[in-house]
Design a protein around this ligand. Structure first.
Ligand SMILES: [Zn+2]
Length: 440
């Protein structure tokens, strides 16, 4: 064996247990009780208070590179990921230029990432008006699925699908087992809401009502039912949609659901005037809604918790004027997602195996990353050594993503990432040894 990690606590698909993990050639060769640990070239003994977790899998990251690399880039995003215990990210098809809507643009993105990534990186494709014929070639080129919007995406080069276009693309995807991942807010509902302007958070919240999510999700579920396509609801923010999602799943609709650490952490009540670092779409809603999302996780209606890391420059966040209408919508949470979720989860009686299921195992399964997200023989030897009882205060300037803006700045969080391992090697942030992943 190349490496054996010994831990008084580790989280496997069977739960939390003491044990060892043996690694050969970057792959987990064996897992078992401490007394049976084999010899290895290198043995790492976890310290007291440390828990061995699988590396987290974050399937919702906007790297923005190439094209808007002043917002974020492959080197900075993947260093932030590694510092946060995340060993695999899947990059969103928009905010980079060109957007990933055909095979040539996927190749441009792969070229931008090649040799610069500190964790493994996969790619989502995009479904936009007019690119139906590009979906199958992108699927064959290895994207994990396709993202679409049902309203303006925030950037003009990635337009939304009309209902008829969505239905046609879902039929196309159903033909080859493709997956559609949807930003589910309805344009018409938001068009009829009062527009966001000024520094008050309540005004912004009124501009993106929960009904916009409900209307859009109902439409996606109906079309998934009609076409038989697999769909995934991105960044669910309104707990009001959970009953219809549970019903659809009971009826056999192939739907999965994610939410994000910021919806599980923050509440509208605590967001002050001009605090645009909290602006994201759909928005952070009230405290009762946050508890509803936690019930959705407990009930298993929400499968995954992923960051929706979507940074920009401080100028575009309009931190100077604090205008919620003009600020870019997006929260930079890649590096702090695990401690943020753990902080809230343990207060509600959940354990680390729950967090691992939401943030590693389920996202890997949802995207079809077969060798990620679990400590088990045959899996990639990707680990996060986590100290769950330690605490720290988030300092935006110390985070490793490109621009020092964070909704978590100043926030005390439980759980410190001590080290991150990718295919049996510790990630230091010096020499990038991440790989570019293709759907198998
Ligand atoms: Zn996003």
């Amino acid at each position: 064996m190349d490496l054996v990690l010994r831990a008084e606590r580790m989280v496997t698909p069977g739960g939390e247990t003491p044990g060892y993990v043996a690694v050969r050639g970057g792959t987990i060769a064996a897992v078992g009780p401490l007394a049976e640990a084999p010899a290895a070239e290198r043995v790492v003994e976890l310290g007291p208070g440390e828990v061995l977790l699988p590396g987290m899998v974050d399937t919702h990251v906007h790297v923005n590179d190439p094209g808007r690399s002043e917002w974020e880039g492959f080197a900075t995003a993947t260093r932030a990921a590694a510092a946060g215990g995340v060993t695999t990210i899947v990059d969103m098809p928009l905010n980079s230029l060109p957007p990933t809507v055909d095979v040539p643009s996927l190749e441009v993105k792969r070229k931008a990432a090649d040799g610069r990534v500190h964790v493994d990186v996969g790619f989502w494709g995009g479904a936009v008006p007019g690119n139906t014929a590009a979906l199958r070639p992108l699927h064959d080129a290895g994207v994990f699925g396709f993202k679409c919007f049902l309203l303006h995406s925030g950037v003009d080069e990635f337009p939304p699908l009309e209902t008829a276009e969505l239905e046609r693309d879902l039929r196309t995807l159903a033909g080859f087992g493709g997956l559609m991942i949807v930003h589910a807010e309805d344009a018409d509902t938001i068009g009829h809401a009062p527009p966001a302007r000024g520094t008050g958070y309540p005004g912004f919240l009124r501009s993106r009502p929960a009904e916009a999510e409900h209307v859009a999700i109902a439409r996606v579920l109906e079309l998934a039912r009609r076409t038989g396509a697999r769909v995934h609801i991105l960044h669910l923010a309104s707990a009001g949609a959970l009953p219809m999602l549970a019903d659809a799943r009971r009826d056999g609709v192939a739907v999965t659901v994610e939410t994000c650490p910021h919806y599980l952490t923050f509440t509208a009540e605590e967001i002050g005037a001009g605090a645009t670092q909290f602006k994201c779409c759909p928005p952070i809603r009230d405290a009762a809604n946050r508890e509803g999302l936690w019930r959705g996780l407990a009930d298993g209606v929400i499968d995954c918790v992923v960051s929706d890391h979507s940074p920009c420059t401080p100028e575009l966040k309009r931190l100077g004027t604090g205008d919620f209408g003009e600020a870019w919508g997006g929260i930079s949470g890649l590096q702090v997602g695990l401690p943020a979720v753990w902080t809230q989860a343990r207060q509600r009686g959940f354990g680390l195996p729950d967090v691992v299921r939401w943030m590693a195992q389920a996202p890997a399964a949802q995207a079809g990353l077969r060798t990620k997200g679990r400590i088990a023989p045959g899996q990639d030897a990707d680990f996060c050594v986590f100290a769950p009882d330690e605490a720290f205060v988030v300092d935006a300037a110390a985070l490793r993503h490109r621009n020092p803006v964070s909704a978590y700045h100043g926030r005390p969080l439980a759980g410190v990432v001590r080290s991150t391992w990718l295919r049996g090697r510790e990630v230091t942030g010096d020499r990038p040894h991440g790989r570019l992943l293709r759907r198998e």
